[in-house]
Design a protein around this ligand. Structure first.
Ligand SMILES: Cc1cc2nc3c(=O)[nH]c(=O)nc-3n(C[C@H](O)[C@H](O)[C@H](O)COP(=O)(O)OP(=O)(O)OC[C@H]3O[C@@H](n4cnc5c(N)ncnc54)[C@H](O)[C@@H]3O)c2cc1C
Length: 455
């Protein structure tokens, strides 16, 4: 299976450091906690910007940074990890002074009047001191209490264990029809496994995309050879399957819990404030407010966007792009002129390609472009536009052609990878674009023309 269409990593890093716009002394030592995508991108950005102080990178998995999206999409076709040294050319071993891939942080002490440096305590008992700390610890899969026998898919080790089991005839129960549950269901069913996906919500991806869109995704499961059960929560996970709230038992050889992930920040208890999700709230540069020298990037952060407000991490694109402006700010450099990257999630599931730009809200009105049944082939492009409610404050003025425009909070593209660039441009330029819905919902009007008209 091919890799998902992804943006090329930003190349706007200045090759030479500059003192232009320096606002605060550049720290002489930095600890980056977390050796995943966001951590690797942080150390790479710091060095490219000319940081020549001491750089420490702490990891937890004992392996160099790798990319997670292929773990599900390419579970059976890519037996080894997608190392970032190969995919992005980031070789952390050559970038940092102190690389500890299997010595995770277990405690953080902030500087105070007596100690002028942060102190990061690691599992081995070491204490690493530094002028600045970047939290890049990502997230960890949710595994409810009592679900100990369920598998999860988060690391390359999880993928290796699941890969061993997936084979024709395997009875696989996937709990959760979210992004990862759907991806694995399709891959395993395609390999001849008997897959049942159990979802407590009314539709797949209900929480992420809303029921109006989720309802159109349900048929994908049957088309891919997987059984989908919705609207019934799992109340018990057993070694031989799951028990549903309505008393139904689903027999399974393997149960995969795919019920979400939460920021891996429990070890920061008492040291750093977090939001309800467990993420570290940061400003638009990644700085933790009121704690100079402390930064957070990637899945473990909720980052302020100048137009959208707080945007939770949890997706690849933010972990790729956010470290660069954070490294600039950490070094006291001016922000570059590039607008922030829009929230973007991609997925390949059950034979379909999804790209979501923006952040849908439950109150949005959903309007469709094209046929959500995928036309005659079942795979023709369609899209869903999430339109801000017309509460009198949203835009509803006529455009140049006299058509009423509405403010669009998000666009989901289905099976239209060629439109990803145009929609990304649209959302980069204007995070809440104003579109004439009459045109935007007409599939004969190209996204690139809509993007040009909205600028
Ligand atoms: C199977 C799978 C498929 C996915 N597919 C998609 C997709 O299609 N599209 C998409 O947008 N996103 C996808 N994602 C999400 C995406 O991979 C993440 O958003 C991205 O990896 C976040 O990067 P990160 O560096 O913030 O966190 P991570 O990749 O989680 O890296 C954090 C690292 O920090 C380490 N760590 C944790 N705690 C500590 C500690 N205390 N000390 C030191 N190290 C620590 C962790 O072990 C980990 O290696 C997928 C995720 C998974 C699991």
């Amino acid at each position: 299976m091919p890799s998902p269409a992804r943006p090329v990593p930003s190349s706007s890093l200045a090759p030479e450091p500059t003192s232009r716009g320096a606002r605060s002394p550049v720290p002489s030592s930095v600890v980056v906690v977390g050796a995943g995508l966001a951590g690797a991108r942080t150390v790479a950005a710091l060095r490219q910007l000319g940081f020549d102080g001491t750089l420490t990178l702490l990891g937890a998995e004992g392996v160099p940074p790798y990319d997670r999206p292929p773990l599900s999409k390419e579970l059976l076709t890519r037996p080894g990890p997608a190392w970032l040294v190969e995919d992005l050319g980031i070789d952390v071993a050559t970038l940092v002074d102190d690389l500890r891939l299997a010595d995770p942080a277990v405690g953080l002490t902030l500087p105070d009047d007596d100690a002028h440096a942060f102190a990061v305590t690691t599992r081995s008992g070491d204490v690493v001191r530094a002028d600045a700390v970047v939290l890049a610890v990502g997230s960890e899969p949710v595994r409810p209490l009592g679900w100990e026998t369920a598998s999860v898919l988060h690391t390359t080790a999880d993928a290796a264990a699941l890969r061993e089991r997936v084979a024709p005839g395997l009875r696989l129960a996937v709990v959760g029809a979210g992004w990862i549950g759907a991806e694995i269901a399709g891959v395993a069913a395609g390999a001849g496994a008997e897959v049942t996906v159990v979802e407590a919500g009314a539709t797949p991806l209900e929480r992420q995309l809303g029921p109006a869109v989720g309802t159109h995704l349900a048929r994908w499961y049957a088309d891919a050879g997987a059984r989908l059960v919705t609207g019934v929560p799992v109340v018990e996970v057993r070694p031989d399957g799951v028990l549903l709230a309505d008393g139904t038992q689903v027999a399974a050889d393997v149960v995969l819990a795919a019920v979400g992930a939460r920021p891996a920040t429990a070890w920061l208890d008492g040291a750093v404030p977090r939001d309800a999700r467990g993420a570290v709230p940061v400003d638009a540069t990644g700085a933790v407010r009121d704690v100079p020298g402390l930064w957070a990037v990637g899945d473990c952060a909720t980052r302020d966007h100048p137009v959208l407000g707080p945007v939770p991490g949890g997706h690849w694109s933010a972990a790729l792009h956010d470290p660069e402006p954070t490294a600039r700010a950490l070094m006291g450099l001016d922000a570059d002129d590039a607008p922030p990257h829009p929230p973007y999630v991609f997925s390949q599931q059950l034979g379909h390609d999804l790209a979501l730009f923006g952040t849908p809200a439950v109150t949005d009105e959903v309007v469709l472009r094209g046929d959500p049944a995928g036309g005659a082939t079942g795979r023709e492009a369609w899209a869903a536009l999430y339109v801000e409610p017309d509460d009198g404050t949203s835009a509803r003025r006529p455009d140049e052609g006299g058509r009423a425009v509405r403010r669009v909070r998000a666009v989901l593209l289905v099976d239209s990878p060629r439109d990803v660039g145009a929609v990304r441009r649209l959302f980069t330029r204007t995070p809440r674009p104003e579109l004439a819905l009459e045109q935007a919902t007409d599939p004969s009007v190209r996204w690139r023309d809509l993007a040009a008209a909205a600028s």
